[in-house]
Design a protein around this ligand. Structure first.
Ligand SMILES: Nc1ncnc2c1ncn2[C@@H]1O[C@H](COP(=O)(O)OP(=O)(O)OP(=O)(O)O)[C@@H](O)[C@H]1O
Ligand SMILES: [Mg+2]
Length: 252
């Protein structure tokens, strides 16, 4: 397999902010505890190894706090591994957070230009694609309003529309489809299928097992900051595909 993304024994931990905010009192009155707290850290992923092939659709699934967004942040290069090595052999287009790469006080139109250029498009390319982006996002009515007035779904539409028109090579999507309405999901589906045909590599984080089975060639299940399973989506997500009734919630 021609690996475009490779993780070799990657761990990532964050410092514990509690120790930093303890203040001068904690340094003066309990110095040993202060030293211990400095060493305390939040583990996000531990000893993770996998690779993603060129043109592969790769899914990431797992509980809240399991380490999925951290994994995407490491691929995007916005995070640095604490140990191990991350190798990425291509241009990354990240859709990591709603509104990331957008400026809240600028209009939708100005943000298309800003975001498009951040994603490596020239001003001319953005201008040429602008009408298509606005039509795809279907927010023409609001395009000259500042984006702080946008709903989550509208932000997601704009983010996905710009990324999809920026000729991505490796597209990272962190729960970006979750807030779109049914109409937008249909559009995204078509666009994602086109990308698949054009050989785009996609890493998709989703809490929707059916979506992962529909799109992905392989999926990793992240549990307790480690890879619990990797492989065929239907196999990996088997017990998550038949949702059980929440017990006791509406018991009469
Ligand atoms: N900036 C940070 N500082 C400290 N701890 C962090 C930071 N970012 C993430 N963590 C911790 O790292 C772990 C993994 O977080 P991450 O955001 O990768 O989870 P996730 O799988 O994306 O969760 P979710 O499904 O809720 O989006 C969590 O325990 C979280 O508390
Ligand atoms: Mg996350």
């Amino acid at each position: 397999m021609d690996a475009i993304i490779q993780f070799d024994n990657v761990s990532k931990w964050y410092p514990s902010y509690h120790s930093v905010t303890g203040g001068i009192k904690s340094v003066l009155f309990d110095f040993p505890e202060f030293l211990r707290s400095l060493r305390r850290r939040h583990l996000a992923i531990e000893n993770v190894s996998f690779s993603v092939g060129r043109g592969e659709f790769f899914g990431v699934f797992g509980r809240n706090g399991a380490g999925k967004s951290t994994t995407l942040g490491l691929i995007a290069g916005v995070l640095v591994p604490s140990s191990g090595r991350v190798t990425v052999r291509g241009r990354v287009t990240p859709l990591l957070q709603l509104g990331a790469g957008f400026h809240p006080d600028l209009t939708g139109r100005a943000n298309i230009l800003l975001n498009g250029m951040l994603l490596g498009m020239t001003r001319r390319q953005v201008r040429a694609a602008e009408d298509e982006i606005i039509a795809f996002a279907d927010i023409a009515e609001f395009i000259d309003e500042p984006i702080r007035t946008y709903s989550s779904g509208m932000l997601s539409r704009l983010g996905f529309a710009v990324a999809a028109h920026s000729d991505p090579e490796i597209l990272l999507m962190d729960e970006i489809l979750a807030v779109g309405d049914v109409g937008f999901k249909v559009k995204c589906h078509q666009r994602i299928m086109e990308m698949r045909q054009n050989g785009v590599t996609v890493v998709l984080v989703s809490h929707n097992p059916a979506e992962l089975v529909q799109y992905c060639d392989r999926v990793i299940l992240v549990d307790q900051h480690r890879i619990a399973r990797i492989g065929d989506p239907a196999e990996v997500l088997r017990e998550h595909l038949t949702p059980k009734e929440p017990s006791g919630v509406c018991a009469q």
